[in-house]
Design a protein around this ligand. Structure first.
Ligand code: LLP
Length: 430
């Protein structure tokens, strides 16, 4: 693997200035470790590019489905970001630390009345409407609460972003949003303009996740601007806001190539400015919802190696004390990761092994045919780029407890999510 990582004089992996083996000793394993400076620089880079390319006329909303806990909302809030939430639970967590409601976008293809009421009562800045029936429910709820609900419409721009099928949401056959080419999107825009107790602020799209090419993003920007122009032509209404979603790819393994956010921001903003000029539109307020690219590479999961089983002529299974309950991305998507023995970080990774989880399920693997050093029981195995969609997708399968999350920065560590306990597991059992 070509990944660069830091080691110390003991030959141990170092994360955020802290010896990873010491972290494992202090907090136990499995352990989610997040490098805070990586998160901060990604947030700052995004924010600075909004200032630079849109004159500050925009908002970066951290897509908290990638990683949701109180501390990340505090950090996003301090850094002047907004956030995207997709459930009452995420909304509750954000509001519980005083996140400004007007900087929250509320998403979901099937929001309940309870969630809509919660969003309207809390004064959420943008509710992204995903279907016609939801618009009607929202209008009734807003009326009942004596409020006007700010609405964005989720549009399917029909862009194929060449990504994994499970995480591709922009194409026409998707449970999310309204299609452009069928006229559905225009119909709902008109309907929203005529619906009482809601206020149409703009349109939203999200074309998929872990995208490494620029073209799908610039094409989408063009399509969305053209739609704003069409809406103006057909209804006379000029929409104020355009939300371009998230989806920027990160580095998991050598197979991935990085899009520099700055060049992405520059290319997309160029399209938006050109379209605004040629279509005689005002420049919309731009929202973006990066999730993975803010937290993904910040995260490393540490495990302890237990059983090492070699099946002659077939493969070696290196079993660790975590698995699909802390990282379901291999079993769900066949996701690939880089692995390293944190206590032997200076030794060559000269074997190919299968890293297995501890769940009672043959498919519970973390990686197949991955490069690793000579793994022995008691070694600490690190898996990189696990900051996004790992903790947030964890579960209690097999009644395993969800590991704690520790932030590391400038040689210091602190717990931001405490470990679950067995008592937590039975807390709601009758
Ligand atoms: N905005 C919307 C409306 C979204 O649906 C998503 C992701 C994002 C923003 C953030 O996308 P990001 O920048 O993180 O790519 N569990 C999958 C990823 C699912 C993504 C769902 N939506 C995974 O582990 O790869």
């Amino acid at each position: 693997m070509n990944r660069k990582f830091e080691t110390n004089s003991k030959g141990h992996l170092v994360l955020g200035g802290v010896d990873a083996v010491e972290l494992a000793k202090e907090y136990g394993t499995p352990l989610y470790v997040m490098e805070e400076n990586t998160i901060l620089s990604a947030m700052r880079e995004y924010k600075a590019s909004v200032d630079r390319f849109y004159n500050g006329n925009g908002l970066i909303c951290f897509a908290s489905k990638a990683f949701s806990c109180k501390e990340i909302y505090r950090i996003a809030m301090r850094e002047g970001l907004g956030t995207d939430v997709v459930s009452g639970g995420e909304l509750y967590t954000a509001l519980s630390v005083g996140f400004p409601a007007e900087k929250i976008c509320f998403h979901g293809n099937n929001k309940s009345d309870k969630e809509l009421e919660y969003a309207v009562t809390s004064g959420v800045g943008r509710i992204v409407v995903d279907n016609a029936e939801e618009l009607e429910r929202l209008s009734k709820i807003a009326k009942k609460l004596g409020k006007t609900a700010p609405v964005m419409i989720r549009v399917k721009p029909g862009v194929d972003a060449h990504t994994h099928n499970f995480i591709m949401t922009g194409q026409i056959d998707s449970k999310f949003g309204f299609a452009l080419e069928t006229g559905e999107a225009m119909d709902i825009v008109k309907k929203t303009l005529d619906t009482p107790d809601v206020r149409l602020v703009g349109i939203h799209c999200h074309i998929g996740s872990q995208i490494h090419e620029m073209l799908p993003f610039t094409e989408t920007a063009k399509i969305m601007m053209k739609f704003i122009a069409d809406v103006k032509k057909e209804t006379g209404a000029e929409l104020d806001e355009l939300n371009l979603g998230g989806g920027f790819g990160i580095i998991y393994t050598d197979e991935d190539k990085r899009i520099e956010y700055l060049s992405y921001m520059e290319a997309v903003s160029k399209v938006i400015h050109e379209c605004a000029d040629s279509m005689k539109l005002k420049l919309p307020f731009i929202l973006m919802e990066p999730g993975r690219s803010i937290v993904g590479e910040a995260g490393t999961t540490l495990y302890t190696v237990g059983a090492v089983k070699t099946i002659p002529k077939i493969r070696t299974y290196v079993s660790v004390d975590g698995g699909m309950f802390d990282n379901p991305r291999y079993i769900l998507y066949g996701a690939k990761y880089d692995f390293l023995l944190a206590n032997k970080a200076d030794k060559p990774a000269d074997r190919k092994v299968t890293v297995a989880g501890k769940c009672c399920e043959s498919g519970d693997l973390l990686g197949e045919n991955v490069e690793l050093g000579n793994a022995e029981s008691g070694d600490i195995c690190a898996v990189f780029s696990t900051g996004a969609y790992n903790y947030s997708m964890s579960s209690n399968y097999n009644r395993n407890v969800i590991p704690p999350v520790v932030f590391v920065k400038d040689g210091k560590s602190r717990v931001v999510v405490k470990p679950q306990t067995y008592e937590d597991l039975v807390r709601n059992d009758i």
